[in-house]
Design a protein around this ligand. Structure first.
Ligand SMILES: [Zn+2]
Length: 239
């Protein structure tokens, strides 16, 4: 079976999962790419160039698509266009990404992320956060009903105070010069997520992050995701 076939099967299986209250499910597509389902909602972050054309077109529905910055592993205009055509998703993008998209997609679907103005849309509350990276980068704190999420792009640490979350997707390293297992731990210490998902790093860095969190924050569960594997997470405390 080709890799692409497996990818398409994974996306299909992912959208067939029924999400209960207190649950989320996600697929890790590599780098900082995340497809995420919450009860009665679907969102995605940084579906960059590594997502194949067929996989982008296989996404059947999406409420919001977020882009943190212009690097190719996070943002790919053709994929944004494909996903928008099938799903009518709104796109919330870091300003440079939004500028690039402004001539490519209908403007009513595009929102420029502005940390000074949180966005409320389709039942989601979105707080953009300025991150640190060689290029301008915007991180996202998103709340939908009772579920709250943080996505850290591939940013280095910036303080995030008074914003605890259920699930934090945290970059731990390669190929970003900005993040390390240590900076991901710092984010975890601010956010105290129920679940921290390691992303944007090699397996050694992901393991290191898990060890650091286990040591410093024993109440926080860490998931090291497998590529293109639908992963269902119960957010109720483990027995
Ligand atoms: Zn980058």
């Amino acid at each position: 079976m080709s890799e692409n076939h497996n990818t398409l099967e994974a996306i299909k299986a992912f959208f067939e999962i029924s999400i209960e209250k207190q649950e989320i499910a996600f697929i890790y597509i590599g780098y900082a790419g995340i497809l995420l389902r919450v009860p009665k909602g679907t969102l995605a972050f940084d579906l960059g160039k590594s997502l194949s054309k067929e996989a982008a077109e296989a996404i059947p529905c999406l409420d919001l698509l977020f882009f943190t910055h212009t690097h190719w592993d996070h943002y790919h205009a053709p994929n944004a266009n494909r996903i928008l055509k099938t799903t009518s998703s709104h796109i919330i993008a870091e300003p440079q990404v939004a500028e690039d998209l402004s001539s490519r997609i209908p403007h009513e679907y595009l929102i420029t992320a502005n940390p000074a103005s949180p966005v409320t849309l389709k039942g989601y509350e979105v707080i953009p956060v300025v991150g640190v990276h060689p290029r301008p980068i915007t991180l996202f704190h998103v709340t939908h009903k009772t579920t709250s999420i943080f996505h850290g792009g591939d940013s280095g640490y910036v303080p995030i105070k008074n914003q605890s979350v259920d699930v934090a997707f945290l970059p731990v390293g390669a190929p970003s010069p900005s993040c390390t297992p240590k900076t991901a731990l710092q984010f975890s210490q601010d956010l105290i997520p129920k679940v921290a998902v390691a992303m944007h790093g090699n397996s050694k860095q992901m393991k290191q992050f898990k060890e650091l969190v286990n040591e410093a924050l024993p109440g926080v569960r860490v998931i090291i995701p497998e590529l293109f594997t639908p992963t269902r997470v119960n957010l109720e405390p483990e027995q």
